[in-house]
Design a protein around this ligand. Sequence first.
Ligand code: VGL
Ligand code: ZN
Length: 246
Amino acid sequence: MKITRRNFLYSTLTSLIFFNQRQVTLAHNTSSDNLISGNTKKEKDALIIVDVQNDFCPGGTLAVKNGDTIVKEVNKIQKLFRYVILTQDWHPKDHTSFSTSNPDRKVFTTKKMPYGEQVIWPPHCVIGTNGAKFHKDLKTDNANLIIRKGFRKNIDSYSGFFENDRITSTGLNGVLKSLKIERVFVVGLALDFCVQYTALDSVRLGYKTYVIKNATLPVDIGDSVEQTINNFEKNDVKYGKLDEFI
Ligand code: VGL
Ligand code: ZN
């Protein structure tokens, strides 16, 4: 394009207009909700709230001790994030991991599956039941996305990213990639299973990954908690309070 006086004026004017719009947007964001590490970082952060469901809370079939006590903290933390993703354990009633599908085995023992060792669980989070619903006090209105997992009868799914064969995707990575997320924060139930697997997959997929200590609790079977903490250390998953990270 030949640079004429008119072209020059036109392009200067349009860029000024865009510049001003950008200014306005930035000013608006920084004043209203610059709550975590400055505005640009917040746009690259996602919070994953793992399995805060009735069956993992007191009174549920696979209750985490005091599991319901994290809900208040989880709700508080949610307010700091633009991108909030809930995961929901979601099993058919004849799921292969259930003790009812393995009458000759005891709960919390393991069996070999083509994809590896599988813990035998009491039936929990059965599709359509009250146990599968989110805890009544969990705020769900601000969630961008709900990922359901474990709905294939013959394969369990702990992680929010992949089922237990580590290959079958839930779709979550695709969403985070297209949102250009760089940091993933994980909270919820249970620390030593679904939270751990979600965090380990997250770090493996290249996200800086943080598990927020006071917003998660474990099922605690054998040395599952110790192993979880070791795995976090070995794989560079940060484990601490939110204010240590932001
Ligand atoms: C979970 C065991 C079986 C969890 C889900 O959410 O941690 N644990 N299914
Ligand atoms: Zn499950």
